[in-house]
Write a protein that binds this ligand. Sequence first.
Ligand code: NAD
Length: 436
Amino acid sequence: MNISVIGTGYVGLVTGTCLAETGNNVLCIDIDEDKVKKMQDGIVPIYEPLLDTLFERNIKADRLKFSTSLEEGLEHGEIIFLALPTPEDEDGSADLSYVLGAAKNIGKLLKSYKVIVDKSTVPVGTADRVAQTIAKETTVEFDVVSNPEFLREGFAVEDFLKPERIVIGSSSDKATHLMQKLYKPFVRSGNPIIIMDEKSAELTKYAANAFLATKITFMNEIANFCEKVGADVDKVRIGMGTDSRIGKRFLFPGIGYGGSCFPKDVKALHKSGKDNNYDFDILNAVIKVNDRQKRVLLPRIDAFFKGDLKDKKIAIWGLAFKPETDDIREAPALYIIEDLLKQGVSITAFDPEAMENVKRKFGEQINFANDMYEAIENADALIICTEWSIFRTPDFNKLKAQMNAPVIFDGRNLYDVQDIKSEGFYYSSIGRKTLG
Ligand code: NAD
């Protein structure tokens, strides 16, 4: 099939590349000229495991192309995916200006029947608004489908190629049939394509993200309480997670959720509730607790240095909001860095993929190391913000030799508390005893 994807971010580029991988001819459109030029030159503009191999293969096979022209995109695709940003607006709602702006332009350019697919995460009722916006500009027939995306950054290609489910919200048999045909190769192992109405599809995505954010937040609260009463969250987590109704995943406490989805999606669902006279009390609590959790290490660090942080040298391992991505949107590390800078701390950071993005935000205010050991040279303490695998089994002797003092604040519970104490470290983590 001929497919166009409007917006080539984490979702759009992965969608376009993976659809090309199953033999479709895909044209990806973006307004960012530099980005399009890079992609036309064969450069993947984001870090996402496996993406470069598929990207290269499909460009070579002439199935994956890039352009800045929406007009070309509309001519090319029978199905037009909208993978546009829906960032948080000032009032917490999802900013629909990208999606509705594109819809208006699509309406102006439409010459023949197309299926317009909302892949962006959008509030309930957006498919109707997109359809109305297009219809204002044209009399040509079209359908709007809601097809929320559930991929995880860091596993985006894997998730797209083998999704646990595909949700399609559509009231048109013609559009539904086309979408089923397109996705058939991705569900050969028997995972479902779930067909529903547009509104339910839109809400499914928000409900899933809000539930996961709530699960993490609940565990963070349990972890904080563990510290108060002398319990160990690792034991509680395993004790809870073996109950199949609860499940083992998403129970790891830490310094809060971040990223380009959970924070804005929880807020947008909360705001949608308000707009429809419904108070999502639970989401209010999730937002509040997560804001607090992102800064949970700061008072401890302050207490450790007895309020005197000026000119202390602190190393940070991990800047991305989670491992295996270069995405730093709403990353807890950023909040920690901002606070420490205000207190006059000298920061040296290392992240395997996200340093360029952080450099753009903080410039010369912080130092960037070439590797994890360079970052800890002469450091008075190390803070771990992201659980990249390479941080899991460091050479502790090297750390002790190179740091000014063997002090670790671990926001991701990477090490066994007893083991690290026997290595001679002061070690503070989340929901477990602080030893040292
Ligand atoms: P992104 O910011 O990485 O990418 C958006 C792209 O759209 C950018 O390249 C931008 O230049 C381009 N763009 C903006 N306006 C445009 C226009 N008018 N025409 C063409 N291109 C335009 O965003 P993302 O992370 O890929 O997210 C896209 C949507 O998917 C959001 O609604 C998000 O909530 C949702 N989503 C994201 C993820 C994720 O893990 N990132 C997962 C599931 C769903």
